[in-house]
Design a binder for this molecule. Structure first.
Ligand SMILES: CC(C)(COP(=O)(O)OP(=O)(O)OC[C@H]1O[C@@H](n2cnc3c(N)ncnc32)[C@H](O)[C@@H]1OP(=O)(O)O)[C@@H](O)C(=O)NCCC(=O)NCCS
Length: 148
């Protein structure tokens, strides 16, 4: 039997779903990866656009955040629930991030990729910029993408 996971990707809707977004980020970044809460919660969520993947039965599966800074979008906080990984959900959120970036009048996306996940972003059209560096004690590399 094929294990198909039905889900939709869209902007976050309502306060309860936003609370679930923050809980998922805490589980993934702080509990799983050991990022300090003070770095995960950076005070910029209020100005961000939050995208989510939600299963057909309403479970929050994944999230990411877009911050519009002039013609550039800072993409961050991409987290997929552990039992929903390797099914293309992050890739679907990256595609929606492109659409929202265009719709918002920006043409460039930038992010700090954890180096282990670099191929995820390369497959979505991002290119590395500069050297590997440490952030929250995790190896990262800056990447960017220009939309046509
Ligand atoms: C990284 C993460 C967001 C990927 O989400 P995902 O939904 O599993 O990603 P996708 O299924 O869209 O993966 C697409 C491709 O990216 C690459 N990729 C994804 N996860 C990877 C991993 N853990 N290691 C290496 N490559 C990976 C693969 O090439 C994958 O294709 P494949 O499954 O056919 O091999 C998810 O593992 C996660 O939430 N990790 C913890 C938080 C984190 O590290 N966030 C990213 C910060 S930069």
């Amino acid at each position: 039997m094929t294990d198909v996971l039905a889900y939709e990707v869209r902007r976050v809707q309502g306060e309860a779903e936003m609370a679930a977004v923050l809980e998922l980020r805490r589980d993934v970044f702080c509990v799983e990866q050991g990022v300090p809460v003070r770095e995960e919660v950076d005070g910029r969520d209020g100005e961000g656009m939050h995208l989510v993947a939600v299963s057909s039965d309403g479970e929050l599966l994944a999230t990411c955040r877009l911050l519009f800074v002039g013609p550039t979008v800072q993409f961050s906080r991409l987290a997929v629930r552990q039992n929903a990984r390797r099914r293309g959900i992050a890739t679907a959120l990256l595609a929606l991030a492109d659409e929202e970036t265009r719709a918002g009048g920006a043409r460039r996306l930038v992010l700090h990729a954890q180096t282990y996940a670099r191929s995820l972003y390369e497959a979505a059209g991002y290119e590395p910029r500069g050297r590997v560096f440490m952030e929250a004690a995790i190896e990262h590399i800056a990447m960017e993408k220009y939309l046509q």
